[in-house]
Structure formats: structure tokens, C-alpha cells
Design a protein around this ligand. Structure first.
Ligand code: GLU
Length: 480
């Protein structure tokens, strides 16, 4: 599939706003494919759309890619043999290429006004025809063109699309795709502001940067015939494509969109998803290694990834699976790694001196780092108790006795450790013949306010004697 050519892949973000999780998922594939074949992965900034250009977006994109643990071999900040890697710094190149096509009679100047183009489109719509430029300027004489240019008339440059030709390109997921050129518009290559369109810039750069394989979102597949025509017009060898299916919203309806929840790559990190878990999640959405295992490291993925095995079906962005995967990765962290990673998620009122006691108690149950607050707040914030729940399994007299005796026994401990707490509580239960399930649950409720908490003795130990005493006393007051 790769013959002897060096594999060079690329990702070409447009700085028009937040970087989408789908972009990181596609980037990962380009990265892995290049690494697998000992090639190079290029990052190029496609900032020729000046209307949608967002200040500061480039830096954020570079940062978020790195925060996901990925990197590039050549790019705007690193340079490389085909620098510059930012399209707005390559405008001369596109001008030159557009002129080359004009000279070859593969492209032409178009002086049509916006109003005229709109009229043509309205007419086509009324006739139920697909919108297409009517080639009004295709046969302007050389002299007409020169006069108009000299008069400073506004113009664009369009590709001369051949009539009724079969356009072919290879898609690794779908095989050879053929489109008739009659379905393709005489697309604009250079806009009236002198900037190239995406089509001209992307083809020029992919060629000059020797990109061998383009793995990109399926939403670009309708542009590919236009690109194939451009390669032909220039007489260049086209790359091999793989159009990757887009993510569907968690409810399975439609392309994953902002309207239905968060999509920005950064927001997932902000919620405490680990980048390595996110990457693993992207790996197995729509692709699986031969043995179908789901947990893969980046190195393993690089070794096994083959774009030809990507499913052409769109996959649902399955949050349940993502949370499970993230939990697996959180549990894999050793204590000092977890401590480091959790720092940005520590609530202000978290008792830092108790971090070493509390964190191991919740590691098992964390599915995101941001859940720390929810799972641990009873350790350092007031809890709410419910009298009926405390009394659920037995009578008032027994509960009061249990609270009193526990209070007394814990207060008299000479050493405060998990073992001593456990011993005291187990002895009380046995000596008094209390029903174990009832007594332990009542105690758990009294000291945590919750039916579900980390193990009881560890929890009481981490709470400390003082808070435990206060809570037992409060429960006593409520029940009495
Ligand atoms: N600049 C395009 C984007 O924003 C690149 C599309 C492509 O990969 O060709 O995604």
C-alpha cells in the first residue's frame, strides 16, 4: 500500500475556533500511520479563511494537541524542509500556482459580481437545478481580461473543469471512487481578496510538502473530486485518501455537535478525562485490533493500526464507554501520578493535609478526575442526615445505644489507626450482638450522610476522631 515512498501524513487545522474531539481522533490516525511506517507527521495551519479566523486559536490548537500527548515532526513552530507551515505565510506560492494554471488554460479569471452570481443561483433553484457557476467568464478574450484587470475590476480565479470526464481517486476505506466531472462546479481557486481558497491551498501544500496519505474527516469527501481535478490540472501525482466517518451524537442522531453537548477537545481535559484514556477511546471507535482488545497503549496502536480496517459506518460517541475507559486509566495510575494529576481538580476547601488518606479511598470509583469533589465532599463539608434512614432497620433505643457506645469506644482509643478503629467497631458489634448490616450501615450514614462511601473503617480513620465525634453526636441529637 505504501510502496517505496516515504509515508508523510498531515493534519491541517483551521484556526476558526475550538478544536473538536473529532479532530484529535483524526489527528491520532495520521500520527499513528506515519509512525507505523517510519514516516513523518506534519502539522500545517490553514488560515486562509480570514472571515472565520479567530485570534489566539493557533496557539490553543498547538497546546491542546500536545496536552493530548501527541506531537508533530514538522510544523509552524518547529519548521522543517517545507517551511513555512502556515498558509498565510505562503500566499506568493498560491498566486504563482494559480498563474501556472491560467497559463496552461486550466483556470480562468471571473469578473462576475456577487449580484449576478446570486441571480444565476436563484434561477437554478427555480428550475430545480443544482447550483453551479454558469461559466459566463469562461470564454472572455485575452484582451477583455487585460482591460478588466487594468481597470482594477474585482475578480476571482476559477478552475476550468473538463466536461464529462470520469474523475477517480482511491479511498483506503471505500476503494476507488469515480465521479463525473459534470457534477463539479468551476470552483474558485483565488478569492477576490487575493487569498487562495481551501481547495487551491490544500492541494498545493499537500503536493509541495510531499504528503503521501491524507486521512481526514468524511465531511471532506465531497471536496475530493475537486482536489483530484486540481492534481490533474497541475499534472501532479495525487495522494491516497482515507475519509474517516464522523462521530454521531451520544443519542445516535446526527453528527456530533455542540448543540447536544460538549465537543471541544479542551473541555474533555477540563472535565478530568485523561488524555491517554481519550486517545485509547478514539482508537477503538470504529476500529479494533485483530484480537479485539480494547485497552491499547499508543505504541501498541501505532504498531497495529491499519486504516483499511476502519469501519465506514459512523460511530456513536459513547460517553458510557468513555467514562469506563477513563476509570480504567485512573485506576492504572500509581499514587504519586494520581496525586499530581488531581491537583487542578482539588476544591479550595479540600483539606490538603488529608490528601494522602482520602485519595486512595476514592481512586477505585473515580471515572473522571473532576468527580473527586462529589465523591469526597463529605470528608470536609457539612453533611445532611435523615432521621428515618438512620432508624430504618431497628428501633430508636438501639440506635441511640449504638451511637453512644461507638462514641465512647472510639474516644477512648489510645492509637488512631484503621486497625484500631476497625477493632473497636467490630468488638462493639460482637459484644452487643447487634445485627452487623444494620449497625455498619447506620454508622456509615451517621458519619458520611451516604449509603455508599469508601470502606467504613478507612473512612472513619480519615475523617479523624474530632469530626467523627461531632457527627455521631449530631446523629444522636436527631434520633433522640
Ligand atoms: N483545514 C481543513 C480543516 O479545517 C483541512 C481539511 C483537510 O484535511 O483537507 O479541517
Amino acid at each position: 500500500m505504501t510502496d517505496n515512498k516515504t509515508v508523510r501524513t498531515r493534519m491541517a487545522p483551521s484556526p476558526t475556533g475550538e478544536y473538536h474531539v473529532g479532530h484529535i481522533a483524526t489527528l491520532l490516525k495520521n500520527y499513528a500511520f506515519a509512525k507505523k511506517h517510519g514516516g513523518k507527521f506534519v502539522l500545517r495551519i490553514e488560515d486562509t479563511d480570514r472571515v472565520r479566523y479567530t485570534e489566539g486559536a493557533v496557539d490553543k490548537i498547538l497546546q491542546v494537541i500536545r496536552d493530548y500527548g501527541l506531537d508533530w515532526d514538522e510544523g509552524p513552530d518547529k519548521g522543517g524542509p517545507f517551511a513555512p507551515y502556515t498558509q498565510s505565510e505562503r500566499l506568493d506560492i498560491y498566486q504563482e500556482k494559480a498563474q501556472e494554471l491560467i497559463k496552461k488554460n486550466q483556470a480562468y479569471y471571473c469578473f462576475c459580481s456577487k449580484e449576478r452570481l446570486e441571480e444565476v443561483r436563484d434561477q437554478q433553484r427555480a428550475n430545480k437545478q443544482p447550483p453551479k457557476y454558469d461559466r459566463h467568464c469562461l470564454n472572455l478574450s485575452q484582451k477583455d481580461v487585460e482591460t478588466k484587470l487594468a481597470a482594477g475590476e474585482s475578480f476571482v480565479i476559477r478552475l476550468r473543469v473538463p466536461d464529462d470526464k470520469q474523475i477517480k481517486f482511491t479511498d483506503l476505506l471505500r476503494g476507488e471512487i469515480t465521479v463525473n466531472s459534470n457534477e463539479v462546479d468551476d470552483q474558485v481557486l483565488v478569492k477576490s481578496d487575493g487569498f487562495p481558497t481551501y481547495h487551491l491551498a490544500v492541494v498545493t501544500d499537500d503536493h509541495l510538502m510531499k504528503i503521501s496519505h491524507i486521512l481526514r474527516g468524511e465531511e471532506w469527501i465531497s471536496s475530493t473530486p475537486k482536489h483530484a481535478l486540481l492534481y490533474q490540472a497541475f499534472g501532479w501525482q495525487p495522494p491516497i485518501y482515507a475519509h474517516i466517518p464522523v462521530f454521531l451524537n451520544p443519542d445516535g442522531k446526527g453528527k456530533m455537535s455542540k448543540r447536544k453537548g460538549t465537543v471541544s477537545a479542551q473541555s474533555f481535559l477540563d472535565q478530568g478525562y485523561l488524555p491517554e484514556a481519550m486517545l485509547n477511546f478514539f482508537m477503538i471507535l470504529g476500529w479494533a485490533p485483530d484480537d479485539q482488545r480494547e485497552i491499547l497503549s499508543l505504541d501498541e496502536y501505532v504498531g497495529e493500526f491499519d486504516p483499511e480496517n476502519i469501519s465506514t459506518k459512523s460511530v456513536v460517541f459513547d460517553f458510557k464507554k468513555l467514562r469506563w475507559m477513563n476509570g480504567v486509566y485512573i485506576r492504572k495510575l500509581n499514587f504519586s501520578q494520581l496525586k499530581q494529576r488531581i491537583k487542578p481538580f482539588l476544591p479550595n476547601d479540600f483539606p490538603k493535609e488529608k490528601l494522602d488518606l482520602i485519595l486512595p479511598l476514592v481512586q477505585e470509583r473515580l471515572e473522571t478526575l473532576a468527580q473527586l469533589e462529589e465523591l469526597t465532599q463529605f470528608f470536609y463539608r457539612d453533611i445532611e442526615l435523615d432521621r428515618d434512614t438512620l432508624l430504618k432497620k431497628t428501633d430508636q433505643e438501639t440506635v441511640l445505644e449504638q451511637l453512644d457506645k461507638t462514641q465512647e469506644s472510639l474516644s477512648s482509643l489510645t492509637k488512631w489507626s484503621v486497625e484500631s478503629v476497625e477493632k473497636a467497631i467490630r468488638s462493639l458489634q460482637e459484644d452487643n450482638n447487634w445485627e452487623k448490616g444494620q449497625y455498619f450501615m447506620m454508622l456509615r450514614l451517621a458519619v458520611t450522610g451516604r449509603k455508599i462511601s469508601p470502606p467504613l473503617f478507612e473512612t472513619i480513620h480519615a475523617l479523624g476522631l474530632e469530626i467523627t465525634r461531632e457527627r455521631l453526636a449530631k446523629a444522636h441529637q436527631l434520633v433522640a
